[in-house]
Design a protein around this ligand. Structure first.
Ligand SMILES: *[C@@H]1O[C@H](CO)[C@@H](O)[C@H](O)[C@H]1NC(C)=O
Ligand SMILES: *[C@@H]1O[C@H](CO)[C@@H](O)[C@H](O)[C@H]1NC(C)=O
Ligand SMILES: *[C@@H]1O[C@H](CO)[C@@H](O)[C@H](O)[C@H]1NC(C)=O
Ligand SMILES: *[C@@H]1O[C@H](CO)[C@@H](O)[C@H](O)[C@H]1NC(C)=O
Ligand SMILES: *[C@@H]1O[C@H](CO)[C@@H](O)[C@H](O)[C@H]1NC(C)=O
Ligand SMILES: *[C@@H]1O[C@H](CO)[C@@H](O)[C@H](O)[C@H]1NC(C)=O
Ligand SMILES: *[C@@H]1O[C@H](CO)[C@@H](O)[C@H](O)[C@H]1NC(C)=O
Ligand SMILES: *[C@@H]1O[C@H](CO)[C@@H](O)[C@H](O)[C@H]1NC(C)=O
Ligand SMILES: *[C@@H]1O[C@H](CO)[C@@H](O)[C@H](O)[C@H]1NC(C)=O
Length: 890
C-alpha cells in the first residue's frame, strides 16, 4: 500500500515536472536568489537584473542572515539597490521569529540567523560558525555600509524594514515557490533554503534546479601565495588550501565560508533530490579579479549600477589586507550568476554546457561532523542530551560525530602544523569521492560541478576570461538600467554640514557620551543635545558596538547629529569585541560569549540597527562611516592616515582631552557596556587623568533573592544587569579605577519605565521635530511591547534615558537622592555570575548610587526639554531634505 502510494506520488511528480517543463516553454525562467548581500553578491544580483527579462524573471531575494552582513543593514541595502534599478516589484524576505523545538519541530518563519544545528526557540544564540567572519573593519562593518559607499551612492525609496511587517525569508520562499516552477540560486550559506526544504517537502516539486556557490572540491586556493622569488618574511596566507576561511586556515584549511556557515543545511539542500549544480572555489579560484579586468572596468562605467559595482570593487581593493588583491579576490557569486543563467538558456542541458565554465560530474557530499561517528562529547546538539536525536537522525550516521564548536575548539587544534588537521577540515568541506570511503557509498551524490572558468574566446582582448567580458557588457547595458543615484536623483542636491553658533556663550560641563546605540541611547542623545550649552558642553560621542547594535549603525548617530545641527561633534568608534573576547591569533574575529544574549531578530539587532524602522526618516548626513582608503600612500593601506577613515574611540578621546583648557575636566556618561571607558583607563598613554566623574547607566544592586537582573537569554545568570554582563572585565576595570563613579542602577531605571507616562508628557510638550520623533519611536516600541512577546524587554531602553537626565537635571526637581556603597563586580568568566554586583565593605570600591528619583518629574523634564524651541532640529527629516533638494535655493 505504502509502496503503491509512493509510486503514485513519484509518477505524479514526474508528470508535473513534464507539464512544468512544457508549460514554461517560452516563458522566462523564474528565479529566487538567496544572498548574504556581500559585495560580490550584489554584483550577482545586478547581473541577473540586467539580463533579458523575457528570459529571466527574478521573483524574489531572500537574505541569509547567517553570513557576511547583519539583517537590518542588509535588507535596507537591498531595498535601495532594487529601488535604484526600478524594481520595487521584487519581493524581499528577511528574518522571522520562528524556532526549532527540541523534538525537531520546525516552527513557521525560522529567521535563519543561526545554523540549523544551533537554532533554538529564539533568534539569540551562539556563533559556532559565524565567529569565523570578521565583525568590524574588513568584515561585516564594511559589508553593512559597503565601506561607506552605500549611503553616498544609493537612492532611498519607500520600501524599508518595518518591525513585524517585514515579509520573512520563509514566507517569501513559500509564496514564490508555490506559485510555479522556479530555479533557486544560493550565494550565502544554505540555512534559509535548508529550512524551507525540511519544512515544505511538498513544494520541492516546483524547484527545477538549485545553483550553489560554495565549497571547495579539488580547489587549491591561490590567495596570498608568496611569489616564488619572495623574501623570507612573506607569510603565505591561504596558499594551496582547498578552503577559504582565512581567519582560521591553520586549523580548518578545507572549509569554504558559505558551506561552513551551515554545513547541515548545505547537506539538506545538496541531498534534497532536486538537481543541483555547484560553483565551488575550484572554479572561482580560476577567475581572480585581474589588474586588466580592473582597468577595463574602470574605463567602462556607463550605468549607475556599473558605477556602484566599480566603486565598491575599488574600495575593496584599496582597503585590502595585503598587496595581493589581484591574486586573492575572485568573482565568486557573480560568477555563479553567469554560469547558472548561461546553463539555463539551453534547454535539456544535462551536461551543463555554458559560455563561462567547464563542468564535470563529481560525487560529492558535505561532511557535517567528524569521525568517529556515534560519539557523544557534548559538541553535537542533534544528539547530546536528547532521548531521541533531532530530525530522526541516526545515532551512528554521518551527522553524529564531533561537530566543531568554534574557532578555538581543542578537538581541532593540532600541534605543529596541518597534518592531522584534515580531521577538523571535514566541516563544511565538500568532499569528492575517491578520497575516503564515506562518499563511495550512499552518501555520494552525482552532481554537476564547475571546475574552471573558460578563457575569453577573443584572445586579443585584455580580459582573459569569457565571463569578465560578459559581466562588463551586461552591467553596462542601457536596457533596464538604474534610474539615478543618490546625487542625481535631486536636481538641487547639496552637501551641507550644520554647525551651531555658540559665540559669546559660556560652555558648561564638558561631557563625553558613550553609547551602544540602543533605542534609549538615541533618546538620551536628543536630550543631551537639547540642554543649553551653558549646562552641558557635549564634546564628543563614543560608540561601543559591543552592546545592542552593530558597528555600522554609527551612521544613525551621524544622521541624528545632522538633524540637530551638530555636525561639529566628533564621533569615535570603539572596539567590536568586549575585553579579552577577540581571538589571540586573528584579532578581527572573536567570541560571542556575552553578546549572544542579544537577539538577532525582532527586539534585538534587527531593530536597533534600523532604529525600529525609523532611522530612515532621519535626514541623511554627509558624515558617515568610511573604511580607510589610503592607497595613494602605499598598498595595502597606510594606517598613518586615520583622517581618511572613521575615527576610533580612543583617537576621539585623545583629541578631546588635548583640546581642553588646562585644568578643565570631562564627565563621561556611559549608557552601554563599559568597553570604551575601560580602554581609556587601561591605555598606557595616561588618557584618564582628565576624567571628572563617570556616570554609568547600569549595574544591578540586588537586595533580595527575588530581585533579578535583566540578562535575557542566559537563564543561568539571574542577578546581573546587561551592560555589566556584556563586558564584565571592562565593568571591573572601571568600577575599580578609583574615579568618581555614579551608578544609575537597574532598580531605579525600572521605576521610570512607564511608556504611557512618558508618552503623555510628550503629547503635552511642544511639537519640535525631535519631540515628534521621540514620540513616534516610543509609541512604536510601546505598541510592539503590547503586541508581540519578542518585545517584552522594551522597558530596558526607557530606563536608559535616565542617566542623561540625572547628569544635567535639577536634583531638587527630580528629588534625586544618592547613597555611597562599596561594591565589587564579578568578572570571573563564569556565565552565571559575570557582571553581578555585590557589596563588599573590605575590597569593594566606593561608588555613588542613585537611590531615588521622582518618576513624574523625570518624564516631564525629558519631555519639556525635547519640546524646547531652542537648540532644536535644523532639518527635521529625510523628507524635508528631499523637498529642499528638489527646488532651487532662493
Ligand atoms: C530577449 O529574449 C527574447 C526571447 O528569447 C528574444 O526574442 C529577444 O530578442 C531578446 N531581447 C534582446 C534585447 O536580446
Ligand atoms: C526556550 O528554550 C529554553 C531552553 O533551550 C527554555 O529555557 C525557554 O523556556 C524556552 N522559551 C520559550 C519561550 O519557549
Ligand atoms: C552619481 O552619478 C553621477 C553621474 O554619473 C556622478 O557624477 C556622481 O559622482 C555619482 N554620485 C556618487 C556619489 O558617486
Ligand atoms: C619577483 O618576480 C616578479 C616577476 O615574476 C617580479 O615582477 C618581481 O619584481 C620580483 N620580485 C622580487 C622581490 O624580486
Ligand atoms: C534531452 O537529451 C537527451 C540526451 O542527452 C535525449 O535523449 C532526449 O531526447 C532529449 N530530450 C529532449 C526533449 O530534447
Ligand atoms: C558516482 O555516482 C554515480 C551515481 O550515483 C555512480 O554511478 C558512479 O559510479 C560514481 N562514481 C564513482 C567514481 O564512484
Ligand atoms: C583572557 O582570556 C584568556 C583565555 O583566552 C584567559 O586565559 C585569561 O585569563 C583572560 N584574562 C582575564 C583577565 O580574564
Ligand atoms: C598624566 O598627565 C597629567 C597632565 O599632563 C599629569 O599631571 C600627570 O602627572 C600624568 N600622570 C602620569 C601617571 O603620568
Ligand atoms: C571626585 O570628586 C570630588 C568632589 O567632586 C573631588 O574632590 C575629587 O578630586 C574627585 N576625584 C577624582 C579622582 O577625580
Amino acid at each position: 500500500m505504502i509502496l503503491e502510494r509512493c509510486v503514485c506520488i513519484c509518477v505524479c511528480i514526474v508528470i508535473i515536472r513534464l507539464i512544468n517543463a512544457k508549460g514554461v516553454e517560452g516563458l522566462p525562467h523564474r528565479i529566487l536568489l538567496d544572498t548574504d548581500v556581500d559585495t560580490d553578491d550584489f554584483f550577482a544580483l545586478l547581473y541577473i537584473l540586467k539580463l533579458n527579462r523575457s528570459e529571466f524573471d527574478l521573483q524574489a531575494v531572500t537574505i541569509n542572515t547567517n553570513g557576511w552582513s547583519n539583517a537590518g543593514h542588509a535588507v535596507n541595502h537591498l531595498y535601495d539597490i532594487l529601488y535604484m534599478m526600478g524594481r520595487d516589484d521584487i519581493a524581499v524576505g528577511v528574518g522571522g521569529e520562528g524556532g526549532i523545538l527540541e523534538d525537531g519541530t520546525i516552527l513557521p518563519n525560522v529567521g535563519g540567523y543561526h545554523p540549523i544545528i544551533e537554532q533554538g526557540n529564539s533568534t539569540a544564540g551562539y556563533c559556532r560558525y559565524r565567529q569565523a567572519i570578521p565583525v568590524g573593519a574588513g568584515g561585516k562593518l564594511d559589508i553593512d555600509t559597503n565601506f561607506g559607499i552605500r549611503k553616498s551612492f544609493l537612492p532611498q525609496g519607500s520600501r524599508r524594514y518595518t518591525p513585524l511587517r517585514q515579509p520573512t525569508a520563509q514566507q517569501v520562499m513559500i509564496d514564490k515557490i508555490s506559485a510555479g516552477p522556479i530555479t533557486v540560486f544560493i550565494i550565502g550559506s544554505n540555512t534559509n533554503f535548508g529550512i524551507f526544504l525540511m519544512s515544505n517537502p511538498h513544494l520541492k516539486r516546483n524547484v527545477e534546479h538549485i545553483y550553489i556557490m560554495g565549497g571547495g572540491v579539488r580547489a587549491r586556493n591561490p590567495t596570498d601565495c608568496c611569489p616564488k622569488n619572495s623574501t623570507l618574511s612573506c607569510q603565505p596566507g591561504q596558499c594551496g588550501d582547498r578552503g577559504n576561511i582565512f581567519t582560521d586556515y591553520t586549523s580548518n584549511p578545507y572549509a569554504e565560508f558559505n558551506i561552513f556557515g551551515d554545513p547541515f543545511a548545505a547537506y539538506q539542500v545538496i541531498h534534497s533530490g532536486i538537481p543541483v549544480t555547484l560553483v565551488p572555489l575550484d572554479a572561482t579560484n580560476t577567475i581572480p579579479i585581474s589588474s586588466n579586468f580592473y582597468e577595463e572596468f574602470e574605463k567602462n562605467q556607463h550605468t549607475y549600477e556599473a558605477q556602484y559595482c566599480f566603486k565598491s570593487l575599488k574600495m575593496t581593493h584599496d582597503t585590502w589586507f595585503s598587496d595581493q588583491f589581484f591574486t586573492s579576490y575572485f568573482m565568486w557569486d557573480s560568477f555563479l550568476s553567469g554560469v547558472a543563467t548561461s546553463i539555463m538558456l539551453k534547454s535539456n542541458n544535462s551536461n551543463g554546457e555554458n559560455e563561462f565554465a567547464e563542468m564535470e560530474y563529481m560525487n560529492i557530499t558535505v561532511i557535517t561532523s567528524n569521525e568517529p561517528h556515534g560519539i557523544s562529547d557534548g559538541s553535537n546538539p542533534f544528539f547530546d542530551g536528547l532521548k531521541k536525536p533531532k530530525f530522526n537522525l541516526k545515532r551512528n550516521g554521518v551527522h553524529s560525530g564531533h561537530v566543531q564548536t568554534g574557532l578555538g575548539d581543542p578537538f581541532c587544534i593540532v600541534k605543529n602544523g596541518k597534518g592531522r588537521c584534515k580531521v577538523i577540515a571535514f566541516f563544511g568541506f565538500l568532499f569528492m569521492d575517491g578520497y575516503t570511503a564515506e562518499v563511495s557509498g550512499r552518501e555520494g551524490l552525482h552532481i554537476l560541478v564547475a571546475v574552471r572558468a573558460k578563457p575569453n574566446s577573443d584572445r586579443s582582448s585584455p580580459l582573459n576570461r569569457e565571463y569578465f567580458r560578459s559581466f562588463l557588457d551586461v552591467i553596462n547595458l542601457q536596457e533596464h538600467t538604474g534610474k539615478f543615484n543618490f546625487t542625481t536623483e535631486f536636481p538641487h542636491y547639496r552637501e551641507v554640514l550644520y554647525k551651531p553658533d555658540f559665540k559669546g556663550r559660556k560652555p558648561g560641563k564638558n561631557v563625553v557620551f558613550d553609547m551602544d546605540m540602543s533605542a534609549g541611547d538615541f533618546l538620551a542623545l536628543f536630550y543631551l543635545l537639547k540642554l543649553p550649552v551653558e549646562v552641558i558642553n557635549l564634546k564628543a560621542i563614543l560608540v561601543t558596538p559591543t552592546g545592542w547594535a552593530n558597528a555600522a549603525t554609527i551612521d544613525v548617530v551621524y544622521d541624528l547629529l545632522h538633524m540637530m545641527g551638530r555636525d561639529d561633534i566628533p564621533v569615535g568608534l570603539g572596539d567590536v569585541f568586549a575585553l579579552n573576547q577577540s581571538d589571540l591569533i586573528f584579532p578581527a574575529v572573536g567570541d560571542c560569549k556575552y553578546s549572544r544574549a542579544i537577539p538577532y531578530g525582532s527586539g534585538g539587532f534587527l531593530d536597533s540597527d534600523t532604529l525600529y524602522g525609523l532611522a530612515r526618516d532621519l535626514p541623511r548626513s554627509p558624515r558617515r562611516y568610511t573604511a580607510e582608503n589610503s592607497v595613494e600612500f602605499g598598498a595595502p593601506r597606510d594606517t598613518d592616515h586615520p583622517e581618511l577613515r572613521q575615527p576610533l574611540a580612543l583617537e576621539i578621546w585623545e583629541s578631546v582631552i588635548t583640546s581642553l583648557e588646562s585644568g578643565s575636566k570631562v564627565t563621561i556618561l556611559t549608557n552601554g557596556p563599559l568597553t570604551n571607558v575601560a580602554k581609556i583607563i587601561l591605555s598606557d598613554k595616561n588618557l584618564s587623568y582628565p576624567i571628572q566623574d563617570i556616570f554609568i547607566v547600569g549595574g544591578h544592586i540586588s537586595s533580595r533573592k527575588t530581585d533579578k537582573g535583566n540578562v535575557i537569554n542566559i537563564p543561568s545568570n539571574e542577578y546581573a544587569e546587561l551592560n555589566m554582563f556584556l563586558d564584565p572585565l571592562a565593568a571591573e576595570t572601571v568600577l575599580h579605577s578609583r574615579h568618581n563613579i555614579t551608578l544609575i542602577p537597574l532598580n531605579i531605571q525600572r521605576e521610570v519605565c512607564h511608556f504611557c507616562k512618558i508618552l503623555e508628557s510628550l503629547y503635552l510638550a511642544n511639537k519640535t521635530p525631535e519631540a515628534l520623533f521621540a514620540r513616534r519611536l516610543l509609541s512604536r516600541m510601546h505598541r510592539l511591547k503590547r503586541t508581540h512577546p519578542r518585545y517584552q524587554h522594551m522597558d530596558t531602553f526607557l530606563g536608559e534615558i535616565l542617566g542623561a537626565v540625572i547628569l544635567a537635571g535639577d536634583s531638587l526637581v527630580l528629588k534625586a537622592t544618592y547613597g555611597v556603597r562599596k561594591v565589587q563586580v564579578l568578572a570571573t568568566g563564569v556565565e552565571s555570575e559575570d557582571g553581578q554586583i555585590y557589596m563588599d565593605q573590605n575590597k569593594g570600591s566606593s561608588v555613588r548610587i542613585l537611590e531615588h528619583v521622582n518618576p513624574l518629574a523625570y518624564y516631564d523634564t525629558f519631555a519639556n526639554q525635547l519640546g524646547e524651541e531652542k537648540q532644536s532640529a535644523v532639518i527635521g527629516s529625510f523628507d524635508e531634505q528631499r523637498r529642499m533638494w528638489s527646488v532651487p535655493r532662493i
